[in-house]
Design a protein around this ligand. Structure first.
Ligand SMILES: C[S@@+](CC[C@H](N)C(=O)[O-])C[C@H]1O[C@@H](n2cnc3c(N)ncnc32)[C@H](O)[C@@H]1O
Length: 257
């Protein structure tokens, strides 16, 4: 496979500049009958009254309404367009900032939460050290990340179509699996209390679902023709009961008191 021609930081800046809120839109079509959306699953790992919350790589802040019991909330994201989208939805306070240098004092927050962000941050160890730095003793960190499993046999067909047209189900700057994030969290002095995977169903009922599915993937280096072909292929199998798999990893860690 050839290297992506666009550096990731430029690609991500342009991607989120053009479609703020895309992750929330995709996750709304990926509700599990028992767990709700992936964002619901992440916040369900936290206490009802989680104290002060820092949402790292918050995007348009879809976690904010799910954290109504928080004493305080602050969202931080690198993308100005995402920050503006969060503010327009009344989900503030949200500020522009980098997960590698969080604009928050040492030991000042009870909970750090981050949905679908850490796999974009390099070096990841720096972001994890920042999480450990800003957490208070006995504080909690909870992360949601893309996973490679679990999958079902019926997932092979839509995944094969994405592989055929896009060389795979989108790209990420890095894969952050259970073992890697556990090791980094423990190196930073946190204790992992939970690391669970779950397959959410992205419902592929209509051609517009197929469009959203392809748009919500990071596809650096793929041509407009490849993207259109992937969308048409998914639209061709869309219908009642059709799904694209969305396997996710939820990790919860605690800072010792
Ligand atoms: C897949 S989106 C997830 C957004 C949101 N957390 C959600 O679940 O809907 C990833 C977000 O990470 C942000 N991001 C990427 N690198 C970042 C960094 N170094 N620091 C802060 N945010 C970053 C992007 O701007 C984008 O909004």
């Amino acid at each position: 496979m050839t290297a992506d021609p666009t550096p990731w930081s430029a690609y991500l800046g342009a991607y989120h500049g053009q479609r703020p809120g895309i992750t929330e839109a995709a996750f709304e079509r990926a509700c599990d009958p028992l767990l709700g959306s992936p964002h619901d699953w992440l916040t369900a790992a936290l206490a009802d009254r989680p104290g002060s919350v820092l949402d790292v790589a918050c995007g348009n802040a879809p976690l904010r309404p799910r954290l109504s019991g928080a004493k305080t909330y602050l969202g931080v994201d690198l993308s100005e367009a995402e920050v503006r989208a969060a503010q327009a939805l009344g989900r503030g306070p949200v500020v522009t900032g980098d997960a590698r240098a969080l604009p928050v004092s040492d030991a000042s927050v009870d909970v750090v939460v981050s949905a679908m962000g850490l796999m974009l941050v390099q070096p990841l160890a720096t972001a994890i050290e920042e999480v450990a730095r800003v957490l208070r003793p006995n504080g909690t960190a909870a992360f949601l990340l893309p996973a490679r499993a679990p999958l079902r046999l019926t997932d092979l067909r839509p995944l094969a179509l994405l592989s055929l047209h896009l060389r795979g189900p989108g790209s990420m700057p890095q894969h952050v699996g259970r073992r890697r994030i556990t090791a980094l969290l423990e190196q930073a002095g946190l204790v992992v209390t939970q690391a669970t995977t779950h397959r959410f169903p992205f419902h592929l009922r209509t051609p517009s679902d197929a469009r959203l599915a392809v748009q919500s993937l990071y596809t650096p280096g793929r041509s407009p023709e490849q993207l259109m072909a992937a969308e048409a292929a998914l639209a061709g199998i869309a219908g009642p009961g059709r799904e694209l798999p969305l396997p996710l990893l939820r990790v919860v860690a605690r800072k010792p008191g």
